[in-house]
Ligand binder design. Structure first.
Ligand SMILES: O=CCCCC(=O)O
Length: 375
């Protein structure tokens, strides 16, 4: 909620800073005037995992830039988005600027918007698979496209890391939103010399998390979103164990109803395990041990995704080397959280196109116009 609210504050402040530029041509005969205009009607499509913040991160810059929009929230979490739209109405946003449509038939509704020829921009947060469909549709009308897609984040603990800091960061990078985040650490690579200490301390902290009803006092983590998510997590753990992984903690679901899964730490995970290549989207940490820095960089970059990478080290040179060589859009150095309304959020490779938040976030909703003025 705070993340979403800060997006609104940030972009309300950025609205008044949409600048332009001017220059004189080399021959001195033309004044070059550069202005910025709203890109035009936008198609916004958001996921269920941060229903308020992901809507706010698109709607706020679009409104600030002066765009109108059609907005389709996730089928699993429509009510948060309806509440957000109501807040905009109460704040005085004119009718017709922000139009929300809830549907169980996303492809038909969004496909109609994409093919309309009216929309000039699409901004999507969700799976790489759906992102590719939208990009193909966007190509037909040459629409501006912002894509926040999947991730397969490496979490690297170097030999000289502060282990307490690394465990703390690992807990956040793995367990924020029960692991149901594109930023979630998916693959843990720990240097052999500290692997025992890190794994033991991390597994202990994970095993102390109280799983249960989020409305009850003392609960740390709740259930997964749906049966499909739970089935996926169970299958990924079974596959990893069949390929030689050892369970340090968790590895099963608790008795009783609900889509709960006990937070899990696996070690000795084979690079062939399915969860090394798939976004887990659940509370499972897969640890592998490495010996050399070149080796771990190669393993970390061996994925089609490139959203975020986490590195823990007390050595500045190594920190900067890893930050430069990881093929990602965002790096967490000695921190397990990169998400911040004031920072440019986004990935490289198949993790997406464009950035959301920060100073650049509003540019995604602006078009540049150049006017030549004879002098
Ligand atoms: O799952 C990805 C949505 C983005 C979450 C974030 O901003 O941290």
């Amino acid at each position: 909620m705070a993340y979403g609210a800060e997006m609104l504050r940030w972009f309300s402040e950025e609205a008044v800073r949409i600048g332009g530029d001017q220059a004189t041509s080399v021959d001195g005969n033309t004044r070059i005037m550069i202005t910025k205009e709203p890109v035009g009607p936008c198609v916004l499509v958001t996921p269920w995992n941060f229903p308020l913040a992901m809507g706010a991160r698109k709607i706020a810059p679009a409104v600030a830039a002066g765009c109108t929009m059609v907005f389709k929230p996730a089928e699993l979490t429509p009510l948060t988005s309806l509440a957000l739209v109501q807040i905009f109405r109460e704040a005085g946003l004119p009718d017709g600027v922000l139009n929300v449509v809830t549907t169980a038939n996303a492809s038909s509704v969004v496909g109609t918007w994409m093919g309309s020829g009216i929309a000039r921009k699409v901004s999507f947060t969700g799976s790489t698979e759906v992102g590719k469909i939208l990009l193909r549709q966007a190509a037909d009308n040459v629409m501006r496209s912002s894509m926040e897609l999947g991730g397969n984040a490496p979490f690297i603990v170097l030999a000289d890391a502060d282990i307490e800091k690394a465990v703390d960061g690992a807990l956040k990078a793995k367990m924020r939103n029960m692991g149901e985040a594109c930023t979630a650490a998916n693959r843990f690579f720990v240097h052999r010399s500290v692997a025992g200490e890190f794994s033991e301390k991390f597994a202990k902290r994970i095993s102390e998390l109280q799983v249960g009803n989020g409305a009850l006092e003392g609960t740390d983590v709740g259930p997964l979103i749906e049966q499909k998510g739970l089935d996926k997590v169970q299958a990924l753990v079974a596959d990893a164990v069949a390929k030689g992984a050892r369970i340090l903690t968790g590895g099963s679901r608790p008795e009783g109803p609900g889509y709960f899964y006990i937070p899990t730490v696996l070690t000795d995970v084979s690079q062939d395990a399915e969860l090394m290549r798939t976004e887990i989207f659940g509370p499972v940490a897969a640890i592998t041990v490495f010996d050399g820095e070149d080796e771990v960089l190669r393993l970390a970059n061996d994925t089609e995704w490139g959203l975020v990478g986490y590195v823990f080290t007390e050595n500045m040179d190594k920190a900067l080397r890893f930050s430069a060589e990881l093929e990602v859009g965002m790096v967490g150095l000695n921190t397990g959280i990169v998400s911040n309304h004031a920072a440019p959020f986004g990935g490289v490779k198949q993790s997406g196109l464009g950035r959301e938040g920060g100073k650049i976030g509003i540019e995604e909703f602006l078009e540049i116009k150049y006017t030549a003025l004879a002098i």
